[in-house]
Design a protein around this ligand. Structure first.
Ligand code: ADP
Ligand code: ZN
Length: 679
């Protein structure tokens, strides 16, 4: 086992590296400049935390958000890693502890808020602190063109140059320009080793649904998942409040969050969300980067996001712990109009607007997709995949029909009315519905009037939405939103191309996504007990529940039902420190028995190679206590002596005898050496 693997097991409690973690960690440990671009939840933090424990010197971590730093430091300490942070919000004791940890060399990781980098004192301190590595989290914050730009990040390049140590940068934002800017600004243009992770998040269920009764759809989705933490994203601030109210009335604990709230109120929501089990936050996209909770079980979009990038980043906040998580994105014709208008009315130059329309089209294509959504999303990011079996389209393949005639009728209605009208008027024309407007414009005299009675109004709405989704018709701001035909529609109009539409999207039938159970029925009661135990421990220590253990770890406990602390140590997420602190407590929940009889020294080595050896030494000791024939004066070894020997090798025979001392060596020496030899 490599040293990195040993640390992974002992400190972090994980069995194996996730995809790419190992290569990245090797690169960082080797002291290479490293840039890793991995999706949210891929496990980037480990890629600098683990090397920090292996490399010489102190690792400085620059991270943009104070709340995140606190959480990470708390989680590290819970795993027994000496870590601290320096921010503008530090208490005197916190800062004091950091200084003494630096001066006695015990501190391994120091998180620093970027704004501290500008202070002369910080620079001086870092120069003398024996820094061996700089790690930069959310490295895209250095990009001046991005949404998350932090001017203080520009000072990192200077810091690296003045300390002359390797730098490892991490981000989930992958586009080429940002990548180049990161290299230019953080690495002064020297090319680092770049690791580009795959985009797939297999534990997320992907689902879209047309808005039929949008509020009810959200209420249903949320109430099927009551008691779990989730986020509902809304397009407007006002909607976050009304929807949060509606959810509360329906019996869910929900709070609103948006950029118009006071910073203090926002922080309070963030803190509650991170600490509480089962809170729902109804938010605008302002609720984002500060969210590091690994056990968000679902994300719903009450309105269509603005691009696939935004969509994927937002749903990506769910299920970071790797356990199953659900998503649902609602969309309707009003969303399409809203997003188009937003682009058209922006002050961006024409080519930028065109690009934005293109990006919106890609998202709409995903919303109206006819085969696996994951295949579609990954294709957008340049990856190929097989149908996933974990999206709404894989589990419910949509029924398709030849919509060529319907589309041609709709296009013709738009053209013959001068491309000046919106969906509802065009549907009036197609279904032959007389209104003051059809009379006023003499549209009841058009040949298209009433040609579309083969479809109901609802069905026509679905057809128009799918047409807009495929950008065959586009609302034109110059004509007050009147629908204009686009060039790609021409071949369909001319009969040169046929088009398939989704039938299910035409009906009002809402198919709700059933909540996925995290564990099988027979394990569910145990999982609830484990969660209750976790909540109690978290509350006692005033820490978020996931710092004790993540959902994923509890799920594994409920499924594998460890019978001993050794089994417990094999559960993913149970490292050495947590095993000592919580292992026995959770084991009691699983087995219903106490493990108080196990000696603390034995508990400390639970799950390690030394554990079975210890047990055999103990057994030999009881057998030989009164000598081979059972008649001699009793001699025994303390538990700590046994634990010490259990960690030794038979090759150290002389050393074993020495620590045993003469009397015990006489009695147990050869038996112990035999046990060590056969281990
Ligand atoms: P990112 O920063 O890439 O979004 P995190 O570093 O927050 O992701 O990690 C997400 C979750 O995955 C955390 O709960 C972390 O403890 C867990 N994790 C990381 N590496 C592993 C691993 N090798 N095995 C199991 N869980 C892991
Ligand atoms: Zn699929």
């Amino acid at each position: 086992m490599s040293q990195a693997q040993a640390v992974l097991r002992e400190v972090f409690g994980y069995d194996a590296f996730r995809a790419q973690q190992e290569e990245i960690i090797d690169s960082v440990i080797a002291g290479d400049d490293t840039l890793a671009i991995l999706p949210t939840g891929a496990g980037k933090s480990l890629c600098y935390q683990l090397p920090a424990l292996i490399r010489e010197g102190l690792t400085v971590v620059i991270s943009p958000l104070i709340a995140l730093m606190r959480d990470q430091v708390r989680a590290l300490r819970a795993a027994g890693v000496p870590a601290g942070f320096l921010t503008s919000q530090n208490t005197e004791e916190e800062t004091e502890a950091v200084w003494s940890g630096i001066s006695d060399g015990s501190l391994r990781l120091l998180y620093i808020a970027p704004e501290r980098l500008g202070l002369a004192g910080t620079q001086r301190m870092l120069k003398s602190a024996g820094i061996g590595l700089i790690a930069v989290d959310e490295a895209h914050c250095v990009s001046q063109w991005g949404h998350d730009f932090r001017p203080d990040y520009l000072k990192i390049g200077e810091l690296r140059a003045s300390l002359g140590v390797p730098l490892a940068a991490f981000t989930a934002t992958a586009d080429r320009e940002t990548q180049e800017e990161i290299i230019y600004r953080l690495f002064a243009g020297r090319t680092p080793s770049v690791f580009l992770g795959g985009f797939d998040r297999p534990n997320l269920t992907l689902a879209f649904a047309p808005k039929l009764k949008p509020r009810q759809q959200i209420l249903d989705f949320v109430s099927a998942r009551r008691g779990t933490s989730g986020i509902v994203y809304c397009g407007t601030r006002a909607k976050t409040e009304t929807l949060a109210d509606a959810l509360c009335k329906a019996g869910t604990t929900a709070v609103a969050y948006h950029g118009g709230m006071e910073p203090e109120a926002r922080r309070a929501v963030e803190a509650r969300f991170s600490a509480e089990d089962g809170l729902v936050v109804v938010a605008t996209v302002a609720f984002g980067m500060g969210i590091d909770k690994p056990d968000i079980r679902w994300v719903a979009h009450a309105d269509l996001p603005k691009s696939i990038e935004a969509y994927y980043q937002e749903i990506g906040r769910a299920g970071r712990d790797g356990a199953p998580a659900d998503t649902l994105t609602l969309f309707g014709a009003d969303d399409i109009r809203f997003r188009r208008t937003q682009i058209d009315e922006s002050l961006a130059p024409a080519d930028r607007k065109q690009a934005d329309h293109g990006r919106l089209n890609a998202l709409l294509g995903l919303a109206e997709a006819q085969v696996c959504r994951r295949v579609e999303v990954l294709a957008y990011f340049g990856e190929t995949a097989e149908p996933c079996g974990n999206c709404d389209l894989c589990s419910n393949p949509p029924e398709l029909f030849d919509g060529t005639d319907a589309v041609r009728m709709a296009l013709s209605a738009a053209l013959r009315t001068g491309e000046m009208f919106g969906t509802q008027h065009l549907i009036d024309v197609l279904t032959g519905t007389e209104t003051p407007k059809t009379k006023q414009h003499r549209h009841d005299a058009l040949p298209t009037f009433g040609v579309g009675t083969g479809f109901s109004r609802t069905e026509w709405n679905g057809i128009f939405r799918q047409m807009m989704g495929r950008d065959l018709l586009r609302p034109d701001p110059a004509r007050h939103g009147g629908l204009r035909m686009t060039d790609p529609a021409l071949p369909v109009l001319r009969g040169e191309q046929t088009i398939k539409l989704r039938r299910d999207a035409l009906t009002r039938k809402t198919t709700s996504t059933p909540a996925r159970a995290l564990v099988s029925e027979e394990d569910a009661p145990l999982l609830s007990q484990l969660k209750a135990c976790r909540r109690r421990l978290a509350e006692e220590a005033s820490i978020p529940a996931y710092i004790v253990f993540t959902d994923r770890t509890l799920i594994e406990m409920a499924e594998k039902r460890p019978e001993s602390l050794d089994d417990m140590a094999a559960i993913s997420g149970v490292g050495q420190k947590k095993l000592e602190r919580y292992g026995a407590i959770f084991l009691e929940v699983v087995t219903g028995e106490t493990t108080a009889t196990l000696h603390p020294k034995r508990r400390q080595i639970a799950g390690r190679a030394a554990a079975p050896i210890y047990d055999r030494l103990l057994e030999a000791q009881s057998r030989l206590q009164r000598g081979e024939d059972g008649t001699q004066k009793p001699v025994s070894c303390s538990a700590s002596l046994l634990a010490r020997i259990a960690k030794m090798s038979h090759a150290e025979e002389g050393e074993v005898m020495r620590v045993l001392g003469e009397r015990r060596a006489d009695r147990f020496g050869s038996a112990f050496i035999e046990i060590l030899r056969s281990a």
